[in-house]
Write a protein that binds this ligand. Structure first.
Ligand code: ATP
Length: 312
């Protein structure tokens, strides 16, 4: 049936994934305060679902299925990035009388370095575009997303991709692997600016931070290049470990629990442990729990970017 014959939906639900950075190279801070980045993103199987319905006024509410998610930390006013995304889309189309009620079902931990807010922004853009049949071109959604935050374009695209600029210039890469990770959450937050501040003092970014082509080859042909762990890297790790020595202990514990490699996710405090397969990932999570690291999730990637899961 042609889409034109379908009635307009009353609600639209879009699912958007968490991201991890399997490579994060950070350059010298620019005059505008941003650090140039070269990163390899991977979308992994932790999700936020965002449902939008037409409304007189903007509103947002958040519930959580995820056991590690603390919804009290998510703003319920106009500072929520989902509302900012909705308003940006409305402004782009000059539809100033439109507003929506946004409900977020959060599976991505808040302030965990997994870009949950960015996922909500991406999901809201796609959901409102479909709710109001706006037909926004992909490039326009990416540009609106980039204005909202560096990680929003990747949440739209998903899969595995390189990110340059501030991370907002996203280029998909061929990834034929199915990578299993144990994500280890932290009870305490770690502010992104403080990590970059420590990085400026400790390292400064005066080095070659480019992605090595061999890493992209290891993703494209995992049977030949099964040593992806050789290329896993995060320039912010020393700074994060300096501020939070307990995170280094997590990395050491993960290796002792048979992870192939362990690294900081983004600017932390979440840590990642690479496993050989799903069973190993579950076994590593079990061993970590015996050592007291029981706030973990077993995830795989790559998975799809923001996509519609229900029309109401
Ligand atoms: P990143 O990896 O992009 O730095 P993060 O995953 O560490 O992000 P988020 O969960 O995206 O962190 O949120 C960071 C802060 O943004 C939260 O502490 C919260 O105050 C605010 N925020 C605004 N909107 C949202 C939202 N929809 N979901 C979560 N946090 C939000």
């Amino acid at each position: 049936m042609s889409a034109a014959l379908l009635p307009d939906p009353i609600s639209v639900t879009v699912r958007a994934p968490a991201k991890i950075n399997i490579y994060l190279g950070v350059g010298k801070v620019r005059p505008d305060g941003f650090h140039p980045l070269e990163t390899v993103y991977q979308a992994v199987s932790l999700y936020d679902d965002v449902t939008v319905t037409d409304a007189e006024e903007w509103s947002v509410s958040t519930i959580a299925d995820g056991v590690h998610v603390e919804v009290r930390e998510v703003p319920d006013d106009d500072s929520n990035i989902a509302i900012r995304a909705g308003k940006a889309l409305v402004a782009h189309h000059r539809l100033d009388d439109r507003a929506a009620a946004i409900q977020i079902n959060k599976g991505i931990p808040v302030a965990g370095g997994m870009a949950g807010g960015s996922a909500d922004a991406a999901a809201t853009l796609v959901a409102l575009d479909r709710l109001w049949s706006l037909g926004t071109a992909d490039e326009e959604l990416l540009a609106i997303g980039a204005e909202l935050g560096s990680d929003v374009p990747f949440a739209l695209v998903g899969g595995t991709a390189t990110g340059t600029g501030r991370g907002e210039v996203v280029t998909p890469v061929e990834d034929n692997g199915s990578w299993w990770w144990v994500v280890v959450f932290s009870d305490d937050g770690l502010s992104t600016p403080s990590v970059y501040g420590a990085y400026d003092l400790l390292e400064g970014g005066d080095h070659d931070y480019r992605i090595r082509p061999q890493m992209l080859e290891a993703l494209r042909a995992p049977a030949n290049g099964e040593h992806l762990q050789v290329f896993l890297y995060n320039d912010l790790e020393d700074a994060a470990f300096y501020l939070r020595p307990d995170l280094q202990a997590v990395a050491e514990a993960a290796l002792e629990c048979q992870a192939s490699y362990a690294l900081l996710s983004g600017s932390g405090p979440t840590m990642l442990a690479l496993a050989a397969d799903a069973d190993s990932a579950r076994a590593i999570a079990g061993r970590l729990a015996e050592r007291g690291y029981d706030r973990t999730a077993v995830v795989h990637g790559p998975v799809a970017g923001a996509h519609v899961v229900a029309y109401g």
